[in-house]
Write a protein that binds this ligand. Structure first.
Ligand code: ADP
Length: 194
């Protein structure tokens, strides 16, 4: 069983690489951003509550996010492991995840950190904004999302580093090259002595 977190700033290619990594490991990807966007599109109550935050580039409140992840992790397909994409992002979410895993007598295997130069991030996000028309991809909102990440999520790396869980991966350059690095990492995780 493999339980992984993939962390990285907005624009780091986290969503794409999460699918590559989880695909190779044969575990489902749980992407809180995707779940929120689907909830907004589906007009659910969660979506209605989350939309204002997402559109402003702010984090959805921990209460809502944690409740959603709690439900998702109770589903059967997570039994053989899972990869979290975009969760946890706050210290409160770290505490809730610790509690959820402990209650199921499971433990985190690793936190993969995608590292990308901040200037490259803004350029990538602006390019993506033109292609995808996400409601949170204007330049002002992009800068706000990067700031929120730096303030609220970057400290989590330290927390997990103290536990010896962080594996940094170079996220610079072409998507394809980053995917190759991610696949290499997947091989070492698959063969790791557990
Ligand atoms: P990005 O990583 O580029 O910010 P995501 O698709 O992962 O994009 O997330 C989009 C938005 O969804 C975030 O800006 C935030 O509003 C919300 N969101 C996703 N995951 C979380 C989380 N763990 N906690 C709070 N808000 C979240």
């Amino acid at each position: 069983m493999t339980i992984l977190i993939l962390m990285g700033p907005p624009g780091s290619g986290k969503g794409t690489q999460a699918k590559v990594l989880a695909g190779r490991l044969g575990v489902p990807t749980i992407s809180t951003g995707d779940i929120f966007r689907a909830s907004v599109a589906g007009g659910t109550e969660l979506g209605r509550k989350a939309q204002q935050y997402i559109d402003a580039g702010e984090y959805v409140p921990d209460e809502l996010t944690n409740a959603m992840v709690r439900e998702r992790l109770a589903e059967d397909d997570t039994r053989s492991g899972f990869l979290l994409d975009g969760y946890p992002r706050t210290l409160d979410q770290v505490a809730v995840l610790d509690e959820l895993l402990a209650a199921q007598d499971r433990r985190l295997d690793a936190v993969v950190e995608l590292e990308v130069d901040p200037e490259e991030l803004v350029q990538r996000l602006l390019r993506r904004a033109e292609l995808e028309h996400r409601s949170d991809d204007t330049e002002e909102i992009i800068r706000r999302r990067l700031q929120v990440y730096t303030e609220q999520t970057l400290p989590l790396i330290e927390v997990y580093a103290e536990r010896g869980l962080v594996i940094p991966v170079d996220g610079a350059g072409e998507m394809h090259d980053v995917s190759q690095r991610i696949l290499q990492l997947a091989e070492s995780l698959l063969h790791r002595d557990r």
